[in-house]
Design a protein around this ligand. Structure first.
Ligand code: ADP
Ligand code: ZN
Length: 758
């Protein structure tokens, strides 16, 4: 540890004169218990809580995590641990407490929580150690050679390049070989000679791979704030100074300058000597966002996102662990970042479903931000233009402070929005009004965005003779026709068949294209506006590292007239040149069988609408919908969050959905439909028996087939549990975990506060 000293339960001396020391460890296996091992004398000086160790486990040897020193449990024969894998602890005591909380809350084995919390680069090491030989750290750490001058006198025979290098080193202090090469050209023989003469010494230094190396950033300084920004900031700064847990909802409409408030809140926190953790949805973790932070804070920023290589991720993790970082920006897993002295945690776009992990440890980083913030006595800002109903409700109840930015900066108006009813005119996906608005914008040289939350060309292919449609054999969904790729494919498992193809049922030669995707819209636009520069942004066009950024950059430079895209275009960027936003099929996601479908529709529409008119020029929005009066659409068009919130609350209350009840789901899947059904019914029976035995009132719904009944070849059933008390759900599930016994072919997962119910 360089700048930060990790404090742990009294090391070494205290217990040395007692019996052999023992430690309690967690193993990354689906087991709820922890285990004790004896520390053999030669390893005693290297063992501390928070390091990984290599232990015999049954007939295997596994990597385990040391939680604490322990008293040897009575009458138990303990085995010796085999090796200590880390020279320094991976976690502080505070972090171990946080992970223990997570294990308890999500009913997930602690060892697996710890494994999830580690960067994947480090887990690679554990894998190789599990093969037999223990490795003690450092496998993926990259080193560079450093040269520094010693004070010995240079012999007279030294001249030329060697002498130049020596003079340079004497002046500069330690320098890497790479830098010497750029300065002096190939100079390895000279350096070797200097070392032989005892004039220069070498050492190795760890190097970090920097994912944003080469990003050149102009400095910027804090903006003078609007009145509302200033009010919000004043409250935040007082909370930061107070150094106690203080959670807030920062409810700011699109373009109201939330990010500026974060930046100034963070600047204040750093000045007070504390650090900042910033969580954003993966999709908005763009170079543009990182640049805004770099421009303000230059150094000491670590960025964690999914496009990092394992090596890069591990490097960022180590920089943070060593206290070389003041600000961590990352997607959901950054909640596990080993950052100490956290003074402020920001969760931007707090309503985003992507903060919830959907497999393994099903944690929600947005919720955990509050937990970690409480443990660290930090200020927590949950920012959004469209907060979750549950978040807004918590603010109404006073559980969160409420900070509001109701206006855009610089008095920019919200865009005027008109709804076009397409119920009767479903002929072309682009209404005449929208086409006219697009051509006006083209004539004026202004940019337009078109949003359609469906990729591909046609949503499905149907046989005009027998009515069969082309289904994925692994998932219960239709294949989507992608014209450019000449394929029909499944958006869940990527199953593909060449297209066009004949009807698999009756052999008919021409299948009819039904439904519309972004690719088809792009195609229509190209036919209608042959001179326009049109780009498309969806997961088909943004593959590979930086694909997303490339398109955004082009739009930012004004090289695109019309950008068509899925919800990728709705988030995390600010295009001052966009003055027209068109929304196609606004009702698209309204009728999914999920109680949050309306909330999600409202959120995504508000975000898309908010892309218009963020610059000097006013914006307008044309919204095509078959159900223009639905409250999820109408209130989004009116920019009226509060009315939407009130109406949605009534619906939630009626059915005891959050915030009036808490949810947990048991998700079961298997490749055999029959064994799944049996297991699901047996699980529900166990739950009902426990419920009556414990006298609980928990609503047990199901088992029912999941709306996506088959996914990647597995059938799926779920049981939904609902109650006004978390404690009741917990008691039920704890007993269920003990008492259920399922065949090995059935997978069952407990999902606390489930977000994905499809
Ligand atoms: P939000 O995150 O709320 O959508 P942003 O923070 O992205 O809004 O701000 C929108 C735009 O307004 C950005 O270009 C930002 O630089 C600018 N901005 C923010 N606050 C101010 C301010 N006080 N004065 C001038 N410009 C500002
Ligand atoms: Zn599929």
């Amino acid at each position: 540890m360089t700048t930060t000293e990790i404090k742990h339960t009294q090391p070494n001396q205290a217990e040395t004169n007692q019996q052999p020391r023992t430690v309690e460890v967690a193993v990354p296996l689906p087991l709820d218990t922890t285990f004790h091992y004896r520390v053999p004398e030669p390893l005693a000086s290297r063992i501390q809580p928070g390091v990984r160790v290599f232990v015999p486990f049954g007939r295997r040897k596994v990597t385990a995590y040391v939680l604490r020193f322990s008293r040897p449990p009575e009458g138990q024969q303990l085995k010796d641990l085999l090796d200590v894998l880390d020279p320094e602890p991976l976690w502080t005591d505070a972090e171990l407490t946080f992970f223990q909380w997570i294990a308890d809350y999500y009913l997930h084995p602690l060892g697996e929580v710890l494994k999830t919390a580690l960067p994947s680069g480090i887990n690679l090491q554990s894998r190789s150690s599990a093969d037999g030989e223990a490795v003690s750290g450092g496998k993926k750490i990259r080193h560079e050679r450093i040269f520094s001058a010693l004070s010995a006198d240079a012999p007279a025979k030294l001249r030329g390049k060697g002498l130049d290098i020596l003079a340079f080193l004497r002046q500069s202090g330690p320098v890497s070989s790479a830098e010497l090469k750029t300065r002096f050209g190939e100079c390895s023989p000279n350096l070797r000679r200097l070392v032989e003469l005892g004039l220069v010494q070498t050492s190795d230094r760890e190097v970090y791979r920097d994912p944003f190396a080469g990003l050149i950033v102009a400095k910027d300084s804090p903006k003078s704030l609007t009145l509302h920004q200033q009010q919000a900031l004043t409250t935040i700064l007082a909370a930061v100074d107070n150094k106690q847990f203080a959670p807030f909802l920062l409810h700011g409409i699109t373009g109201s300058g939330k990010t500026e408030v974060y930046l100034q809140g963070i600047a204040h926190t750093l000045a007070a000597g504390n650090n900042a953790l910033v969580l954003v949805p993966e999709i908005s973790l763009t170079p543009q966002l990182v640049q805004r932070f770099r421009a303000r804070f230059s150094d000491g920023i670590a960025v964690l996102h999914s496009a990092l290589s394992d090596g890069e991720r591990y490097d960022e993790w180590r920089r943070i662990r060593r206290g070389e970082v003041r600000i961590v920006i990352g997607a959901r897993s950054a909640i596990f970042a080993p950052l100490e002295r956290i003074g402020i945690i920001v969760v931007d776009e707090e309503h985003e479903a992507s903060f919830k992990q959907s497999d393994g440890l099903r944690y929600n980083a947005r919720d955990l931000a509050l937990v970690r913030g409480q443990q660290e006595q930090a200020t927590v800002l949950l920012g959004s233009a469209t907060p979750l109903i549950t978040t807004r409700f918590a603010a109404q109840q006073g559980k969160l402070g409420y900070l509001s930015l109701p206006e855009r900066v610089a008095n920019r108006p919200l865009p005027a929005t008109s709804i076009i009813n397409t119920r009767m005119t479903a002929e072309s996906p682009l209404s005449p009004q929208l086409i006219e608005a697009l051509s006006e914008n083209l004539e004026r040289g202004e940019q337009s965005l078109l949003f359609l939350n469906r990729r591909g060309f046609a949503s499905w292919l149907v046989c005009p003779s027998c009515g069969a449609d082309l289904q994925c054999p692994n998932c219960s969904v239709s294949l989507t026709y992608h014209r450019q790729r000449r394929k029909s494919l499944c958006h869940y498992c990527d199953y593909q068949v060449p297209a066009p193809c004949i009807c698999p049922a009756c052999g008919e030669l021409e299948l009819k294209e039904m439904g519309v995707g972004t690719e088809r819209i792009e195609h229509e636009l190209l036919e209608r506006f042959p001179d326009a520069r049109i780009a498309r942004m969806d997961s088909d066009t943004t593959g590979g590292k930086g694909g997303h950024a490339r398109i955004l950059d082009k739009v930012g430079r004004g090289e695109v007239d019309i950008l068509v895209g899925t919800q990728m275009i709705a988030k995390g960027h600010d295009f001052p040149g966009v003055t027209l936003v068109g929304v196609l099929q606004a009702e698209g996601s309204l009728y999914l069988p999920d109680f949050r479908a309306t909330e999600r529709t409202f959120q995504v529409l508000s975000q898309v609408i908010g892309r218009a008119g963020r610059g000097e020029l006013a914006g307008r929005v044309l919204l095509q919908a078959m159900t223009p009066d639905h409250y999820g659409i109408a209130y989004a068009a009116d920019h009226d969050f509060e009315r939407f919130y009130q109406e949605e609350l009534l619906f939630r209350q009626e059915l005891n959905y959050p915030p009036y009840g808490f949810l947990a789901a048991i998700k079961l899947s298997a490749t055999s439909e029959k064994s799944l059904t049996t297991a699901a019914e047996q699980s529900a029976a166990v739950l009902r028996a426990i419920k009556s035995r414990l006298g609980l009132r928990v609503e047990i719904l199901g088992p029912a087939p999941a709306p996506l009944y088959r996914l990647r070849g597995r059938f799926r059933q779920q049981i939904l549990l609902k109650d006004a008390s978390r404690a009741a759900l917990r008691r039920l599930l704890t007993a269920y975990r003990r008492e259920q016994s399922l065949p090995a072919t059935v997978r069952a997962a407990i999902d606390i506060d489930p977000v994905d119910l499809l």
